[in-house]
Design a protein around this ligand. Structure first.
Ligand code: PHE
Length: 455
């Protein structure tokens, strides 16, 4: 028997949905990934391209995902199966489920480190950290200890599983309402500290004055992958969250706010890290450990840094938790809806799977040298997972979602779904052009160029 929309559960209000979706979108992607990817890809010019891609590609794809979700009231695999039974489109859902498990597997590792830094801050471990090099050594010791890394990763997967197991939405909605404003306030205070450090202005210039000579197709692909990653697109998270939206709510304006809030937090995070990096005379391409190299060194120069730092790491942990919950929700919803598993079994199996797949990532921060520097590939295991699943898989998923809505399910059906209850979709002719042509073609061109460049 199919459950009614009410029985499956719904968001309490439009604001509730926006906050929950923003909770999924805002996370380590904004605070951990955006700064380091920006640092590796040339600074301001990358930021500009990123913003264009968020609103030009991400926003239309988000509208597409949300409308499939609300229309079918299903998880990603069930949704495609419901619209076109027996068609291969359901593999798009399968890709989403696999991607969710694999993103969680490395994301949970970083989240575990952040979680561990709460206690490090409280214990005063940063009090003697004067330079970024000292912070780096401390971080390497910390992640180089396999018991630490795997233990904290386990705790984080456990917390995520617990929230999902307890049945979710009420919880996610409530947390997001308090968390987002608090996080924003702490981040803004940190910006003030960062830009007033001597020598920070060079960092501001790096972050805000574009140098287009640093841009090539690979950086554009990175920006595209980062946009999908940060907006939680391309693997059915937004489709699943969309399945809990009321027909009275406006999908388009909700999607716009989610894109706006998410981008704001990322930009704000960059304003903390780049001025500080240059003030500390560090190069911007620190890779995934960037925030762990920078934060201790500036917290140390902050009045009440110990308490403030603990608060900051707690908030980043919660922001990460509202994202990991949305990652695990996709595979869980799938086996519960389609395979008739109990929620308990689903959470146990999917959570454990993610944990096992994540162990090499947890060991890739100096604990095991093989995973820290993979032969031939030349990066660490975690960065590899982040590229394969965070960039490629989400870009491919988004490409097919655009094709699906633009050409298979049809723009007309999507527009009908969006225009329920007398809501007018004002930009529908523009959206039609974007979802049918611009989004898929742009993603394809970027991909083809990358492959051509590889050879
Ligand atoms: N958007 C999340 C973040 O920025 C990560 C995420 C990706 C969550 C894909 C769900 C799906 O932290």
């Amino acid at each position: 028997m199919e459950k009614s929309a009410e029985e499956r559960g719904m968001w309490g209000s439009k604001l509730g949905f926006i906050l929950a979706a923003a909770g999924s979108a805002i996370g380590l992607g904004n605070i951990w990934r955006f700064p380091y990817v920006t640092g590796e890809n040339g600074g301001a010019a990358f930021v500009l391209i990123y913003i264009i891609l968020v609103f030009g590609i991400g926003f239309p794809v988000m509208i597409a995902e949300l409308s499939i979700g609300r229309h079918t009231r299903k998880n990603p695999i069930g949704a495609f199966e419901k619209l076109f039974p027996g068609s291969p489109w359901k593999f798009l859902g399968v890709l989403g489920v696999v991607t969710g498990i694999c993103i969680l597997s490395f994301y949970g590792v970083i989240a575990g480190w952040v979680f561990g830094y709460i206690f490090k801050t409280i214990s005063g471990a940063f009090n003697n950290i004067e330079t970024a090099q000292q912070a780096e050594i401390m971080h390497n010791e910390f992640t180089g200890n396999p018991v630490n890394s795997i233990g904290l990763f386990f705790i984080f997967i456990f917390l995520t599983s617990y929230v999902i197991y307890k049945g979710v939405k009420g919880g996610i909605e409530k947390w997001a309402k308090i968390l987002m404003p608090a996080l924003l306030i702490l981040l803004i205070l940190l910006i003030i500290r960062s830009v007033t450090l001597p020598g920070s202005s060079e960092g501001l210039a790096y972050y805000l004055v574009p140098d287009f000579s640093k841009i090539n197709f690979e950086t554009i692909l990175k920006a595209l992958g980062q946009a999908f990653f940060s907006l939680s697109l391309g693997m059915g998270t937004m489709l699943t969250y969309g399945s809990y939206i009321s027909k009275k709510d406006n999908i388009v304006s909700s999607a716009f706010y989610v894109c706006l809030f998410d981008t704001m937090i990322a930009i704000v995070a960059g304003l903390i890290f780049f001025p500080a990096l240059f003030a500390l005379s560090m190069s911007p391409d620190q890779g995934p450990a960037l925030i762990f190299h920078v934060l201790p060194s500036i917290l140390n120069k902050f009045p009440g840094g110990q308490l403030f730092g603990a608060g900051l790491f707690i908030l980043i942990s919660i922001a990460a938790l509202t994202s990991t919950v949305s990652l695990l929700e996709v595979p869980v919803a799938y086996v519960v809806d389609e395979k008739g598993w109990t929620r308990k079994k689903a959470v146990l199996v999917m959570g454990s799977l993610s944990f096992i797949i994540g162990i090499p990532s947890a060991l890739s921060g100096n604990a095991v040298s093989f995973f820290t520097m993979l032969p031939v590939i030349g990066t660490d295991f975690l960065s590899l997972m982040s590229s394969v699943f965070g960039d490629f898989s989400l870009s491919i998923g988004s490409f097919f979602i655009a094709l699906f809505v633009g050409w298979k399910w049809g723009v007309k059906n999507a527009v009908n779904e969006i225009e329920q209850e007398n809501i007018e979709f004002k930009i529908k002719s523009a959206w039609r052009v974007f979802i049918k042509f611009i989004c898929p073609i742009a993603i394809l061109i970027i991909f083809i160029n990358l492959v051509v460049n590889l050879f």
